[in-house]
Ligand binder design. Sequence first.
Ligand code: GTP
Ligand code: MG
Length: 242
Amino acid sequence: MTSNFNSHLIIIPTYNEIDNIPNFVSEISKFNVSVLFVDDNSPDGTGELISEISKSNIQLNLLKRPSKQGLGSAYRDGFSWGIEKGYEFFIEMDADFSHSFVDLKKIIEVSSNFDLIIGSRYIEGGGSQGWDFKRKLLSSTANTTSRIFLRSKVKDMTSGFRCYSKKSLNEIKYQETDSDGYSFQIEMTLRCVEKNLSIKEVPIIFNERRVGKSKMSNKIIVEALIFLINNGIKRWLNLKII
Ligand SMILES: Nc1nc2c(ncn2[C@@H]2O[C@H](COP(=O)(O)OP(=O)(O)OP(=O)(O)O)[C@@H](O)[C@H]2O)c(=O)[nH]1
Ligand SMILES: [Mg+2]
């Protein structure tokens, strides 16, 4: 492994993921990285379980928040926590095994070469497994629409499996983003594009979650559409976004 224990922080937002935590911890312990779970007081006790396990495992950290505040806000708080502690690379990953540890290794290996590495389902070698037709259509439409509206070359703008350097997080002013869900990933990507940062897409195979429930909702879809319309107009008119 090329990573250094003190340089990579994997940030995992969790909401009702109790059944995924034990396996996730056992897989991630094979990597030389630090982990920060950001739990929003999950009613199923995810936070309490992580708190218990992390007592005897210095690789694991927990940021507890009082209530469900969304994925984007969990990442914003996670980035701030990690920057304060001096980490250099910040990896976003889900707790539900949709993101594979084989792909994590690939992302870590190239992490020091680019400002942003995106685990991409829409380049050669990438894809998704286990999704029904409706979910596949939603994801591919979201990505095609984002690319066209935002005039971006990035193929997988909504992917939630990615790695930022500290430099890129500071340059894009991540604290000023205000979206969640799909929109959060699109907004962060767009900010990197606007700042001309180096972006590399690495192929990943996304797997339907093994256990637990999806937090995908109509609210997330509507938020993404409004974001695309607002920012699409700005991009086409060459107006400043950040
Ligand atoms: N802290 C926190 N974590 C969240 C919140 N919403 C979702 N998550 C976590 O973010 C990750 C991604 O959420 P998912 O529900 O898997 O969303 P998704 O991957 O778009 O949807 P599926 O593919 O259907 O699983 C998971 O680890 C969730 O537990 C939230 O409001 N707060
Ligand atoms: Mg998921």
